[in-house]
Design a protein around this ligand. Sequence first.
Ligand SMILES: *Cc1c(COP(=O)(O)O)cnc(C)c1O
Length: 376
Amino acid sequence: MNIDTLAVHLGREIDPQTSAVTPPINLATTFQRTSDGTFPEGRDVYTRASNPNRNALERTVAALEGGSVGIAFGSGMAAANALLMALSSGDHILLPDDLYHGVRYSALEVFSRWGLQVSFVDMTHAENIANALRPNTKLVWVETPSNPLLKITDIRRAAELAHQAGALCVCDNTWATPILCRPLELGCDIVWHSTTKYFGGHSDVLGGIIVAPDPEHDFIKRVRQYQMLGGGVPSPFDCWLLSRSIPTMPHRVRIATASAHQVARYLNDHPKVSVVHYPALASHPGHAIAKTQMSDWGAMLSFEVKGGRDAALGITGAVKVFTHATSLGGVESLLEHRSSGEGPVTRTPPGLLRVSIGLESADDLIADLDQALAMI
Ligand SMILES: *Cc1c(COP(=O)(O)O)cnc(C)c1O
């Protein structure tokens, strides 16, 4: 079935007890045993290990990504850390130089102390990946389009190179979503999301999820074990909220993407804008590769204003339809001065504003940017 149909029906089966069309929220932390002390086949035991709402969410997202196992967490960072926890001391991982800053920070500040070896490379050129691989490289971590510079990594090449070195290839698919990009079909072993973003879609729930083709793969078994032992699981209500938002996700992503095209073209022609980072633009260095692996360009973009930090902050103070806030993927358009949000470890240009296009009219968004740019 088409992904739009799957998004509506998966994990939202009619409740057999009440015939309710939408699923109930199962708040129970524990479930009844049979008199011999065992649990009926396939039943839940304790909510940290599994729960009906979480199971439904995990099955749904796994299917949307073309995988067979989903492992949900209480935030995207909890999911990212679970992938790092499944490695061992002395292992080496490759991370992209432009990367969600929380992952960079966690790898450097937390996992380096546990003996993980970490290298950062510009993955827009596959030879940089090839050159940085070591005999103990266990993971090649791809984020495409990347945060906040919208760099594009060739997923097929990254996966091939990882496999030649005996490593796994992991893709953070938060920005593209399975609506626009399917990393498992391109050869990745694992795909993960901050479901706080497009899956949730309404800026009201935190979550993260890891998806893979084979639940019996050793690495995935360790991630599943860590989900239970680490305990950073989402609440049943959080899972229910995500399941409520998934049916509209394909449409939210497509509408926001169409508006992002228009906003990017407007900004690209503006004399006060020095560069627009959006892969749809033929001038974007990743345009050709993005075209081979994404069905559309997505609703995230960033741009740099002439005049650097002060000019960029001037825009954040002048916008009226956009909100100056971190995060992305919600119904409301956000704009963020990223380098001040990332703190002292930032590598982001000071004049850069990151933009998450929401569901407002593109005309209103462009008019808002136009009046804000006129103020600086
Ligand atoms: C937001 C985000 C994360 C972190 O997820 P949280 O849900 O905030 O913990 C990771 N990767 C990307 C690309 C993100 O946008």
